[in-house]
Design a protein around this ligand. Sequence first.
Ligand SMILES: [Zn+2]
Length: 264
Amino acid sequence: MRVQTLGDGTPDLAVVACLHGNERCGKTAIERVLAEKPAFSRPVRFVLANEAAIAEGVRFIDEDLNRAFPGDPEGDTHESRLAAELLPEIRDCGVLDLHSTRSHPEAFALLSRINDRTKRLARATGVARVVDISYVAGGLIDHVDGVAVECGLRGTERAERNAERVLRNFLGETGAVDALSESGDPELYRIFDAVEGADYEFVGENFVRVEEGEVFARKRGTGDTGSPGNELRADRPFYPVLMSTDGYDEMVGFRAERVGTLER
Ligand SMILES: [Zn+2]
């Protein structure tokens, strides 16, 4: 883990990259922004989390770090010990946690704790969509006031550019750095269900409403026979979130409802 604090005083803002070692866009964004040596009018702590996993180009060494919090200094896994080391560094900070995904090319934010502080953090990212992911237990943003951002498709330049834009906007909006930024009123979605199952091809589009009766996933390798047992059909309308063909081993992704905007 690499921890770097810029600006004077005790930081109450933190930026975390690479909780997952194969999601490098946050690392790239931080490197690009800090290479310009911006003046910090508010201190910010930058954390590059799982360096061992980055070095091996893998999501994790022993277990998912983003499911290992609060961790244990004497834990059996690399990630358990790392989680215990990481959390005290950022516990009281408002956290921006940068990720990438297999599901969607545009950046969107995830909130688990919903309060005025986390809503401000989410608006500061400048993204158009925020997802209440509190249905899904675990994750760093269950343990701190923070916003996670899925910056785009893993390994793409677009995800790197999105991460950079989100980071610059966040630093500008929070007053950490003097930069052009904007704060919107993003649309709010709330996850209410996980869609389990292995080897499905997701045939919908994330954040595009699936109507009742519509097929949104098909078992792979079954051709177009349309056998009902090989299709997943919506029993009620929903918005797919984090759904993909190969993002998860045992899950297609999540079903969400659209709540309104973050303000209303
Ligand atoms: Zn991730």
